[in-house]
Structures are given as C-alpha cells and as structure tokens.
Design a protein around this ligand. Structure first.
Ligand code: AMP
Length: 314
C-alpha cells in the first residue's frame, strides 16, 4: 500500500459480477433479482464515495434494475452489454444463515468476459476486485495506474477451480476479504490466525476474515482487530452481506483518504454496519433505501455493543 490517498472524495473502481440472483431463505424466495458481487459492493460504497463499476451483462438483462444504482452516483460507463445470457446465481440458506448453498452458477457472458477498464477509471486510487474469476482480477490490475489500495475478494468456487491464479493474485493486492470457511479452504489451516499469516506471507498486508453473525477480524503482521456483527433480530436474506461489508469498508477508506491503522479499524465497523443492513431485505433493497443518518446511528450502536468498564474491582 502506498501513502494515504489525499482527496476527500476518492472514487472506488470495482470490477465484479452483475447478476440475476434466485434465492431461497427460511423466510421466503426471490427470483431473478438484482444481484452480483459488483452491485452489492457498489450499492454499499455509494453511501460514502463515487463508485465506478466495471462488469458485463447479457442482452437479456433488465438494465432498468440498475437505475437505482445510477441514481446513487454509481458510474456505469464500464458496464458492457453483450449478446448472450447474463450471469445467474441460485442459492439457498437453511437455518444456518451463515453459509449459502450454491444450487447453480450459470456464468453465461462471464465465461468470455475480458474486463476493459475505461480510460477515465484507470487512475482510481481505490480498487476493489470483487468476487470474479481470479484471471479477470489479474487482468484488471494490468490496466490500472498504481492505486493507493487494491483489495480483493473471492469464494469457494474460485478457490477450487482457479487456485494457482488466486495465489498469484495475492502477490498483487494490499488486502483481501474472505469468510472463515474460505480462509480455511484456501490455506488448509483450520486456525484462523495461522490462515491469516499464510495469506500475509503471499503478499497482502491486511487480511479481513468475516465470520457472518460472529463478526469480523482484521489481521496485520503486528495486530489483530475484531468487530462484532450487529445483533439483528431478524435476518431476512444473507446474500451480499460480504460484498456490502467490503463496500462499506473500502468506501469509507476512500472517502476519508486515511489508511492509518486507526481509520482501518473504523472502516471495519462501518463495513459491519453495511453488512447488517444488506441482510434486512432481499436483494439490494435495503442498501438502496437507507440514509446516511441511519448508517451513522448504527455505527454508534456498535460502540455501545462493546463498551464496558474495565475496572474489575478488588
Ligand atoms: P456474498 O453473499 O456477499 O458472498 O455474495 C453474493 C453474490 O455473489 C450474489 O449476488 C451472487 O450473484 C454472486 N456470486 C455467486 N457466485 C459467484 C461467482 N462464482 N462469481 C461471481 N459472483 C458470484
């Protein structure tokens, strides 16, 4: 990571999936709704800073579904529409809402996608390589000009099918976000401290390991920070929580331009708050309706959640 970016409204470039999701949870079903790692990230990050989204959809994609993102200031100039069918993901959550069961991944136009970063996006100081094929994530890095921070995400699908490329990618990113199961699968360490160290040995200086309703860790060489998850009374649809976490985390860092350890800790809490909003409704619905005041008040509630008097008495 180079020196902290300076502007207070640094844009974030995100390259990720723009999908049609069909999701079943114990509380209901949604068919062919707005989904994808790129859209969740963008909806979340757009509350903090301008977002530039690069991705691909097929000619069957109902692009009007993306209008609310555009209205939130997400620049869609890098979203290609090509002939073929759109990326579709079908998943199910049983009572353990922490882990999605993938029922179907239809890559469609994603199988021939070559990301082409528009000229005006290439100098974005913050870059998020959302969950897509690591070969595409590597291609993005060939096209950008020395960002202040490059972060990436991944998932079991790519850990299984593109491990060498994913390990190569680790050598080129400053930070990775992944959930605990993915960290264990990637590193073959069951202990998360060892898993984080394994990843840092490959390149990233920061490793963010999310544990769903059990919170998130941020590991660096010299420190470990933990933030709880917000204890919601009803979780409706966990899809996109991880990408929304990343959107809050990176969006906040970009908006503040401050990459100090203290600010990164704040960003983890902001990310946790955004993840908690994402799961309150299906698809991006909640992320697209919340206000900055609601976000700020939830972040304040995190302070209460962990505040205690350390005086242990006699
Ligand atoms: P999350 O719940 O934050 O981990 O991400 C959920 C989103 O990831 C869904 O909206 C899916 O459309 C998207 N997704 C699922 N599988 C893949 C994949 N193999 N590549 C890219 N995006 C995916």
């Amino acid at each position: 990571m180079s020196a902290a970016a300076s502007s207070s409204k640094n844009p974030v470039l995100v390259v990720g999936s723009v999908a049609l999701d069909s999701v079943e949870t114990p509380f209901g079903k949604a068919d062919e709704v707005l989904g994808g790692s790129g859209t969740y990230f963008s909806s979340s990050a757009s509350h903090f800073t301008p977002v530039q989204l690069v991705g691909v959809v097929g000619d069957d994609y109902p692009v009007e579904k993306l209008e609310p993102l555009r209205a939130r200031g997400v620049d869609l100039a890098g979203l290609e529409k090509v002939s073929g069918s759109s990326f579709r993901w079908r998943g199910r959550y049983r009572h353990d809402l922490n882990s999605a069961e993938t029922l179907e991944t239809h890559l469609g136009v994603f199988s021939h996608f070559r990301p082409n970063i528009p000229e005006q996006f290439r100098s974005a100081p913050f870059v998020f390589l959302a969950n897509i094929d690591p070969r595409l994530q590597l291609q993005v890095l060939e096209q950008v000009n020395k960002p202040s921070l490059v972060a990436c995400d991944t998932m079991n699908f790519w850990i299984e099918s593109r491990r060498p490329e994913l390990v190569e990618l680790l050598g080129h990113v400053d930070l990775i976000t992944l959930n605990d199961a993915e960290a264990r699968q990637l590193t073959e360490h069951t202990n998360l401290v060892k898993a984080a160290r394994w990843i840092m040995d490959k390149g990233p200086k920061h490793v963010l390991i999310k544990k769903g309703e059990h919170g998130a860790f941020m590991f660096t060489r010299d420190s470990i920070f933990f933030a709880p998850a917000y204890p919601l009374e009803s979780v409706f649809d966990p899809t996109g929580a991880g990408d929304s976490f990343a959107g809050g985390f990176i969006g906040f860092l970009a908006a503040t331009g401050d990459l100090s350890e203290q600010n990164m800790r704040r960003a983890v809490v902001v990310g946790s708050a955004m993840g908690s909003f994402a799961v309150e409704k299906f698809s991006n619905a909640r992320l697209l309706e919340i206000t900055r005041a609601e976000i700020d008040s939830r972040v304040q509630e995190f302070r209460q959640l962990v505040a205690f008097d350390a005086a242990l008495g006699a």
